[in-house]
Design a protein around this ligand. Structure first.
Ligand code: AP5
Ligand code: MG
Ligand code: ZN
Length: 304
């Protein structure tokens, strides 16, 4: 029997930090980052029929019609790199899209594994979008104040030129937030009632939000050899780590996490107060790498 795909959603208002966090989370889970907005902008850039149809909606900050977006995402999830799953950013944005996604996943025995919801107050969103710059090469996001690019206004990672999005103009941003409240808040409730929602405080530093996302996908665990906290994500060993693959997760510093009694789990604040330095460094990496499979002999708290 094939393993279930890992489908994780990254939800939140415009400017919440979805794109900023997505690459890290995707790399951590070993799944591609699929952003409906990025895909639509690519269609516009290459002048496809979909791109032309989407243009007027996007320029005004309105949603592109459901059927167009659903077909685009379904097609994207069928590509080779999504066989293990995907991290969806900006989709679903309406209840109709959420239902279509569920129906589609159900056909293959998959489900939405979790919906990460970045909560950010409205005035902060406007401030973030007004100062945003994006890389034309690697799509990395920067901010004049909160995450400055290189001094010559190029991307510090791939050295390409940066640009600003036309829909980040203040009046369009206001409309995008209105559309979000009207169309997408019900999607948040949709996943909340299904028990899949993980609300995360998005009004923190970029690393602080990252730590909370990782914690939502796993937790914090206390080291056995050194009195430090590690952050881990859930992980099923597929590489024969144990006879039955029963590991709870793997830490950011690359250790397996065995079965632990509940008292060994901590809050994200425990990690922040006394972090494993390697976990902390992984959290701050500008360009996260795909995590390698950890060494099973080097497990944290292997009370297995
Ligand atoms: P889309 O591209 O998805 O835009 P959005 O949802 O409005 O979200 P943004 O990309 O603007 O914000 P983000 O959360 O990614 O923030 P970021 O990480 O960049 O959609 C665009 C359009 O496409 C839509 O309006 C619609 O027309 C169409 N569309 C897309 N999907 C659709 C769908 N499913 N259905 C129908 N239509 C669809 O961060 C923002 C800034 O803040 C950056 O400068 C960043 O550096 C900074 N920042 C991030 N985190 C922090 C932090 N913790 N502290 C300080 N600054 C931070
Ligand atoms: Mg984005
Ligand atoms: Zn770049």
């Amino acid at each position: 029997m094939g393993r279930q795909r890992t489908i994780v959603l990254l939800l939140g208002p415009p400017g919440a930090g979805k794109g900023t966090q997505a690459r890290f989370v995707g790399a951590l889970l070993g799944i591609p980052h699929v952003a409906s907005g990025d895909l639509l902008r690519e269609h516009r850039r290459t002048g496809t029929a979909l791109g032309r149809a989407a243009q007027e909606y996007m320029e005004r900050g309105n949603l592109v019609p459901d059927t167009l977006v659903i077909d685009m995402i379904v097609e994207r999830l069928e590509r080779e790199d999504a066989t293990r799953g995907a991290l969806l950013d900006g989709f679903p944005r309406t209840v109709a899209q959420a239902q279509a996604l569920d129906a589609r996943l159900q056909e293959r025995g998959d489900v939405v594994g979790g919906a990460l919801y970045l909560e950010v107050p409205r005035p902060i969103l406007v401030e973030r979008l007004a100062g945003r710059w994006l890389c034309s090469g690697c799509q990395a996001t920067y901010h004049v104040q909160f995450n400055p690019p290189a001094a010559d206004n190029t991307c510090p990672v791939c050295h390409e030129a940066l640009y600003q999005r036309e829909d980040d103009a203040r009046d369009v941003v206001e409309n995008r937030v209105e559309v979000y409240l009207r169309e997408t808040m019900p999607v948040i409730e949709y996943y909340r009632t299904r028990g899949a929602l993980h609300a995360v405080d998005g009004d923190r530093s970029i690393e602080g939000v990252r730590a909370r996302l990782v914690h939502a996908l796993g937790g914090a665990v206390h080291g056995t050899r050194r009195p430090r906290w590690h952050l881990f994500v859930e992980y099923t060993a597929t590489d024969g780590g144990t006879a039955d693959g029963r590991w709870l997760g793997r830490t950011l510093c690359g250790k397996y996490v065995g079965r632990l009694p509940p008292r060994d789990f901590g809050a994200v604040e425990d990690f922040e107060a006394n972090p494993c330095r390697l976990c902390w460094r992984a959290l701050r990496a500008r360009q996260p790498n795909q995590m390698e499979a950890p060494d099973p002999s080097d497990a944290v708290g292997s009370s297995l």
